[in-house]
Design a protein around this ligand. Sequence first.
Ligand SMILES: Cc1cc2nc3c(=O)[nH]c(=O)nc-3n(C[C@H](O)[C@H](O)[C@H](O)COP(=O)(O)OP(=O)(O)OC[C@H]3O[C@@H](n4cnc5c(N)ncnc54)[C@H](O)[C@@H]3O)c2cc1C
Length: 327
Amino acid sequence: MIQHEIDVPLCVLTTMIGKRDAARVWQRSAQAVERLIELVNDLSISCSLERKRTLFLAGDQYGVRSLKKEVRARHKANIGAELLTSQTLLKRHGISRTAAIESAISASANPAQMTSGLLRHAARMGAEIVSGVEVKDVRSICDSVVVSTDAGAMISARHAIFCTGYEFLESLANKNHRVISTWALASRPRLPRPDWLDDYLVWEGSDPYLYFRATPDGRVIVGGEDESDEQAYKSEAKIVAKTKTLIEKVADIIGIEIGKPDFRWAAPFGTTPDGLPMIGSVPGMPGVFVTMGFGGNGITFSQIAAELVSSEIFDHRDPDWDLFPLH
Ligand SMILES: Cc1cc2nc3c(=O)[nH]c(=O)nc-3n(C[C@H](O)[C@H](O)[C@H](O)COP(=O)(O)OP(=O)(O)OC[C@H]3O[C@@H](n4cnc5c(N)ncnc54)[C@H](O)[C@@H]3O)c2cc1C
């Protein structure tokens, strides 16, 4: 799911970082989705990229009043959103919930194909791609950055950018970065489903949240049920229980029968208290950049991180450079 609708609603983010910055974050996310779509199309990367609409359903965390407030906040920030009443939601989508927000500027893609397409392009442009080597340490020395690897090599460069997901070297760790657990599943292909679902990404504003979408071959991917325990994803018993819950929840909302899923996953991911990533220079280490805390919007935030860090390296400070600070 490639969404401008990040995990923390605009009206909630406003209470955390102020109206102006919250609007900037949401606008930047919308811009990042558009830019990524443009990039993938320009490079003709074959990854089942499709523009999608999003349906954000009222749930136990965000009810009708919150959704109304959210739509007002998005309109003030010039971000399109339509509030659907329970009647409209039932009529258009056959969903019985008290309200929903419908919006555009989202997409879906096969993430592995998209990533390998982008890496292939980088390689054609001269990047060397290395796998199976772990970076063990990093130091800034004079005008250089030196990293050491588990293969005993030392590599020096003008800059090093650590985009290592939820894993970090000790020297780059940040006290506001937390690792949590999440679960997901994919049904068999050609699953009977409502026609409209193929054009939408669906979220439920509940805690724990639920999300689902359809793939071009007719699978339904469902995920959510996050837990704050960073080890919980390792439990086989939890995978079984969470899979059952996800299947029941999606059946309750759109009445589909997933049956036995073809795939189930459990995974850790990194989050921050305000749901925003941290993108910036590492204090005391000139030339070293880090991106972390991508939460459930890693694709959108990666696009933003790529824009911010590359501008910084090329000495064109991006106006939003200060928007995702390392706290
Ligand atoms: C179940 C699940 C569903 C998700 N769904 C979505 C979604 O729908 N949309 C979305 O936008 N995001 C989603 N996310 C989040 C998204 O997957 C991540 O934010 C994204 O993959 C982060 O990308 P990355 O390249 O920064 O890190 P990663 O994809 O984690 O890659 C980091 C790489 O760095 C390597 N590495 C780490 N440390 C070192 C080291 N010291 N030396 C060398 N290599 C190292 C790792 O091995 C890894 O290969 C989801 C996450 C999960 C778990």
